[in-house]
Design a protein around this ligand. Structure first.
Ligand code: FAD
Length: 621
């Protein structure tokens, strides 16, 4: 029996499930083939960087994550104790001898906020990967996941890759341990099957990179200790070794990562008793007992990248299947999940015939570079982590500098058919960067007076977002009335400059939207237009706003915001935060995955139209 679907995802981990959420939301026929007999019960990763929390918010599933997780708010750094440990940390000659135990000790050298204020409106949280995957599984549609399905081989019919409708990839698998082979045929396959990826092997791709593997011991423990920072994220360096503490959800469990010496063979010999012993030594003179160890492992990590990320743009690799590195900066799950976040909407757009298949090439362009940057960062961070020298290691300055990266916010996509740095006018929004994710600010929704984060109005539902920063309606002087073509409604013209300008903008936007939106669909089904005015809320009357900003499918869908003070006197200062002058305004084109495509003046919709013409299907002239 052969099962035919549009997309097959191999591996139901972070990368595969995240891509699956997009496909499920777009009604794409797809299946995830997962080797495990059922859902993950105990995860490996647990650090959820702020960008990943933003991704969850965009899918509308962040509440549970935030409710259940540990919130990483403060990090502390410990070094070998000495007369002046901040100066001499690491110098063995200077280490103090603990008066009670007679052993060398450790002392806190500094504390720092985990995430620099203002980086994101969401926090860095810690939650076990099994729970994170469970949240994604629900969103991806639990029935789309086939457990107990072990993929053996992938074959691409090269003669048919030119036909976008061809199910040209054949996947062979076995089910529930049976030797009988089952066949699947798909238009596209996503290899998200982890570090030992069978998809990668079947395609003949190789992992390229460092062979000098390092061993890590990791354990989830319920410690009995007098170490004061056991409920904070802490990096502890001692003469006996280094340890990283990550407190876990539920206020009692703690994860400890311990750097061990030796290679793959050494990892096999590690015992939990050794990990306990090593931890006790590192924490001296504090007591550290382990009445319960919920899970532990020892593993080897290499810093490696796949030599290819795709085959014929029909089979793609994502997650650990194409990049592996140390867990020190807590990146693996996050970057893997974001691979899935990057490709999911693109596959959906191509399969719905909304976009040309070239859109998929941007996945490789964007995520291959992100993976290479990750390996580079991991090398740098790993070196710092194990540096004991004076002035070296992870200092507060280094930590703050790296914070942007470790938060997952440093990704900047280069120019492509969907990212237009060179065609943008960055001076219109000086604090936004084309190719980077659109940051959130607090705004007031005019329709219900609610103060909310702007990105909540940019959900991950595959629509392109057009954020129109229309300026201040007061600048128009006296309100004027214009009759809208073909309508008897009069609109009081809003906005910052010439009144005809605004009127023209509404017409141009309507032309753009209609050009790419099926005539039988809602007018806001392809583009989500969000209007942000630099006006006082009291001066904005919804009836006065041109219809394109209040589309028929959701006339009162509340997509109109003001950058103003709330009743409790809080104010988001959006225009200031984005570097947009209210008297000029700007139009920010934001991709379905919330990355900025381009920044434009309000009177050049023609250029935006030709930009979309580069990859979206024009339906109306
Ligand atoms: C101990 C440890 C701690 C870590 N801590 C962190 C952390 O704090 N933060 C962080 O970001 N990252 C961390 N990582 C890394 C993180 O776990 C991985 O980077 C992440 O899980 C990769 O996601 P993925 O979806 O690519 O692969 P995986 O999560 O490995 O998922 C791959 C899936 O594919 C399935 N599969 C494999 N082969 C087949 C096959 N042939 N057929 C069908 N299914 C198959 C597997 O069963 C698995 O479910 C840690 C890793 C380890 C080992």
């Amino acid at each position: 029996m052969t099962t035919e679907v549009d997309v097959l995802i191999i591996g139901g981990g972070s990368a595969g499930l995240c891509a699956g959420v997009w496909l499920a939301r777009n009604g794409i026929s797809y299946r995830i083939l997962e080797r495990r007999p059922g859902r993950m019960t105990h995860g490996q990763a647990d650090g959820v960087q702020v960008r990943t929390v933003e991704v969850f918010e965009s899918f509308g599933i962040s509440e549970e994550l935030l409710k259940e997780a540990y919130h990483a708010l403060e990090d502390t750094f410990w070094s070998p104790a000495g007369p002046d440990s901040s100066e001499e940390a690491g110098s063995q000659q200077q280490q103090a001898i603990d008066g009670v135990t007679g052993k060398r000790g450790i002392q806190r050298t500094y504390s720092t906020p985990d995430t620099k204020a203002g980086l994101s409106h969401l926090p860095h949280v810690i939650l076990n990967q099994a729970r994170i995957n469970a949240l994604l599984t629900e969103a991806a549609g639990a029935t789309n996941v086939e457990y107990g399905c072990h993929v053996q081989d992938i074959v691409i019919d090269k003669s048919r890759v030119g036909d976008p409708d061809a199910h040209c990839v054949t996947v062979t698998a076995t089910k529930d341990g049976s030797v009988e082979q089952i066949l699947y045929k798909a238009k596209y396959v996503l290899g998200s099957d982890g570090a030992h990826s069978q998809v990668r092997k079947s395609l003949g791709f190789k992992m390229v990179g460092d062979t000098s593997d390092e061993v890590w011991g990791v354990m989830d423990v319920y410690p009995k200790t007098n170490f004061p920072d056991i409920r904070k994220k802490a990096i502890v360096r001692s003469v006996s070794g280094n340890i990283l503490i990550i407190p876990r959800e539920g206020d009692s469990m703690v994860r400890m990562y311990i750097n061990l010496s030796g290679g793959a063979a050494a990892a096999r010999d590690v015992t939990v008793a050794q990990l306990h012993q090593k931890a006790r030594q590192i924490f001296q003179p504090y007591t550290m007992e382990f009445p319960e160890t919920a899970w532990w492992s020892a593993y080897v990590i290499g810093q490696r990248l796949a030599d290819e990320f795709h085959a014929h743009y029909r089979v793609f690799l994502s997650g650990d299947a194409c990049h592996t590195h140390s867990p020190k900066a807590g990146q693996g799950m996050n970057v893997s999940l974001q691979d899935g976040y990057n490709i999911g909407w693109k596959l959906a757009a191509v399969l719905r015939k909304q976009a040309s298949p070239e859109l998929l090439e941007t996945y490789v362009l964007e995520r291959q570079k992100t993976a290479a940057d990750l390996i580079e960062f991991d090398r740098y961070w790993s070196k710092l982590f194990s540096t004991d020298k004076k002035g070296g290691g992870i200092t507060p300055e280094v930590f703050v500098k790296a914070g942007y990266y470790t938060a997952g916010l440093a990704t900047q996509y280069t120019d492509s058919i969907i990212t237009a740095t060179t065609r943008s006018q960055p001076s219109l929004a000086t604090k936004l960067t084309v190719g980077m994710r659109f940051p959130s600010t607090l705004v007031i929704r005019v329709g219900d007076a609610r103060q909310m984060w702007l990105t909540r109005a940019l959900p991950a539902d595959s629509r392109w977002h057009l954020a129109v920063f229309g300026g201040d309606i007061q600048d128009a002087g006296a309100a004027q009335r214009l009759q809208k073509v073909g309508h008897t409604i009069f609109v009081i013209v809003v906005l910052w400059a010439k009144l005809t300008h605004q009127y023209q903008l509404a017409l141009d936007l309507e032309g753009l939207v209609r050009a790419f939106t099926p005539s039988e669909s809602d007018i806001d089904s392809v583009f989500n237009i969000v209007l942000i005015l630099a006006s006082q809320r009291a001066n904005v009357e919804l009836e006065t706003i041109p219809e394109i900003f209040t589309p028929v499918s959701g006339k009162w869908k509340l997509n109109i915001f003001v950058d103003d003070e709330n009743y409790d006197k809080t104010h988001g200062h959006s225009y200031e935060a984005y570097g947009i002058a209210p008297n000029r305004g700007a139009l920010v084109v934001i991709r379905p995955d919330q990355y900025i495509s381009r920044i434009d003046p309000l009177d050049d919709i023609q250029d935006i139209d030709s930009f979309f013409d580069g990859f979206l299907k024009r339906l109306n002239p």
